[in-house]
Design a binder for this molecule. Structure first.
Ligand SMILES: Cc1ncc(COP(=O)(O)OP(=O)(O)O)c(N)n1
Ligand SMILES: Cc1ncsc1CCOP(=O)(O)O
Ligand SMILES: [Mg+2]
Length: 543
């Protein structure tokens, strides 16, 4: 065994995804002192060759992927040490994957006796037995796609040194070059780069670039421990672009296992098919929500306690969630209902919503300002079924309680409604949250607070919303240019001016949101179809 801590504390997630095309001709070498090599078996289509090697002895195996099409369960394999306190390690990985609804198999590299006070003992699993566990899992469970998430655990959040120089060399020379993503905290990033200073966001950006030069496809430098910062700032670098991911710093002692959880969540989202950036964003949001929910949890007597991966989800029924996550292009034609208009035309909310989605609305918001709560919840449940039968998300205007009660896909809030970060805590990491923004500063804050999109307007004067300041195309452009989130334009938009809106030429603008143009008309589906045609043509011309 090269180094006990190497096996004991490092996390390495091989996500095994069943539903995607076979892309696993990649060779993974020197994997926890084992060589694993896998490639497509051209002689036996549907089989994947894999070779495990431990102590020089080869353990050949062949994995049947032929029936993988029938088994689409996303799967993460974590290779890590166990934590008897269950805050970190294998236990955190299992909880994180379960909370993200992904199956997790485990290869245990060491058993630690630890609690919230510290690590009292480590018992290393012999490397042949690590290899045997790997072989047991991989020879039985189907592998279509592998992505490697390397969490270079060398220094714990509490400052304990968990790995020595040979481990460092192992990371730099062997693991990092084959990783899809590596996720050091600032202390680990500093150590990986030979103890460079790490005191600011610009130090983190420089470190992300230098670590990327060591070979991983992307790097996430986690700034949770950055001094003098009220936000938890992480830097993601994919070799081309830097992304500054911010969330509120949650004031709690219960942070043991955040690194393991973050890495597992990233692996879980990758297994579900996310892009790397979106996996990282979801993982960060999940960790922030779980920390917030467990900030007062009292487990153990040490300075750093564990957090609860499931508390955040305890009130949230996710069974009827749409299977698709929010896609920015869902904002293309956003139909926002209005109870007064429906009354005027003598139709129910459900009739109005059905006509809009039949006409091509790509997302719907129930904006029922004067509905009784019970009627609102009942109508929302019916509308949810209609929308989901068309694959269209349904959001609720203002009312987080109604969104929770009917398990809607999300909410839209304004600047004086429920603040986005509180809405996020209440709704959990998965729901869609849109927020109204009239200024670049509000757009920046929306990103920090964890919104998914921005509604910006009124672009033109409107009779639908009283006392609403018009920002014009110029104001919309400023918000779109400043926004890291997708934007939908709203306010006075109809057939005559939708094209001008779509042509402002800022990529973050994804569509138009309309009320009266659809719902204050005799035939909602025809109006929706007509508007869809106009914005589709404009979108084609601006591509
Ligand atoms: C897509 C979209 N954008 C903006 C708004 C306006 O929300 P808000 O500012 O909270 O005003 P009300 O709609 O609540 O009157 C919206 N509803 N949808
Ligand atoms: C809700 C809202 N927020 C800004 S403008 C507006 C009203 C949009 O309605 P219409 O499309 O009828 O102008
Ligand atoms: Mg509102």
């Amino acid at each position: 065994m090269a180094n006990a801590h190497f096996l004991a504390f490092n996390h390495l997630h091989l996500h095994l995804q069943i539903s995607s095309p076979l892309v696993s001709k990649r060779v993974i070498k020197r994997f926890w002192n084992c060589d694993i090599e896998y490639s497509t078996n051209y002689q036996r289509p549907g089989f994947l060759n894999m070779k495990l090697q431990a102590n020089g002895a080869s353990i050949p195996t062949s994995i049947n992927t032929a029936d993988s099409q029938h088994n689409k369960t996303p799967h993460v394999l974590t290779v890590a040490g166990s934590d008897s306190g269950a805050g970190a390690g294998i236990q955190a990985d299992l909880k994180a994957c379960a909370a993200r609804r992904v199956y997790c198999s485990t290869v245990i590299t060491a058993v630690t006796a630890q609690n919230t006070l510290g690590v009292q003992g480590v018992n290393i699993v012999p490397e042949e037995f690590v290899a045997q566990q790997l072989n047991s899992v991989l020879s039985d469970m189907h592998v279509d796609v592998a992505a490697l998430v390397v969490d270079p655990v060398m220094i714990s959040t509490s400052g304990d040194i968990l790995a020595g120089p040979s481990v460092l060399a192992g990371f730099r020379e062997e693991l990092l070059p084959m990783a899809d993503i590596v996720t050091p905290n600032i202390k680990e990033a500093s150590v990986l780069l030979g103890d460079v200073p790490m005191n600011s966001v610009s130090d983190m950006r420089a470190a992300a670039k230098l670590i990327h030069d060591l070979g991983p496809r992307s790097v996430l430098v986690k700034g949770g421990d950055l001094p003098n910062s009220s936000d938890a700032i992480d830097i993601f670098f994919d070799g081309e672009n830097f992304y500054e991911l911010r969330s509120r710093r949650v004031n709690t002692r219960n942070t043991h296992g955040t690194g393991c959880t973050m890495a597992s969540c990233i692996a879980a989202e990758l297994a579900k098919g996310s892009s790397m950036l979106s996996a990282v964003k979801i993982a960060k949001r999940f960790v922030e929500t779980a920390l917030d929910y467990s900030k007062d949890l009292a487990i153990g007597n040490g300075v750093q306690g564990p957090f609860d991966h499931f508390l955040a989800l305890k009130n949230i029924n996710q069974s009827s969630c749409r299977s698709d996550r929010f896609k920015p292009n869902d904002l293309f034609l956003y139909a926002v209902t209005d109870s007064r208009m429906n009354r005027k035309w003598g139709r129910s909310i459900a009739e109005a919503v059905k006509a809009a989605v039949e006409g091509g609305a790509t997302i719907v918001q129930l904006r029922e300002k004067d509905a009784e709560t019970k009627d609102f919840v009942d109508a929302a449940k019916v509308c949810l079924k209609i929308c989901h039968s068309y694959g269209v998300p349904l959001l609720i205007n203002d009312r987080i309680d109604v969104a929770l009660a009917c398990d809607a896909d999300g909410v839209h809030v304004g600047q004086s409604d429920m603040p986005v970060h509180l809405a996020r805590s209440l709704l959990g990491p998965e729901k869609i949250i849109g927020v109204s923004c009239k200024t670049p500063e509000q757009a920046q804050q929306a990103w920090v607070d964890g919104a998914d999109y921005i509604g910006s307007g009124g672009v033109y004067p409107t009779n639908t919303k009283e006392n609403n300041r018009t920002i014009g195309l110029g104001g919309l452009k400023e918000v779109c240019k400043a926004s890291k989130l997708p934007v939908v334009a709203i306010g006075g938009i109809g057939l005559s001016n939708a094209r001008a809106v779509m042509e402002i030429g800022v990529p973050s603008l994804k569509g138009v949101a309309v009320v009266s143009t659809l719902f204050d008309r005799e035939c909602i589906s025809t109006e929706t179809r007509n508007l869809h045609a106009v914005i589709s043509e404009a979108a084609l011309l601006t591509q």
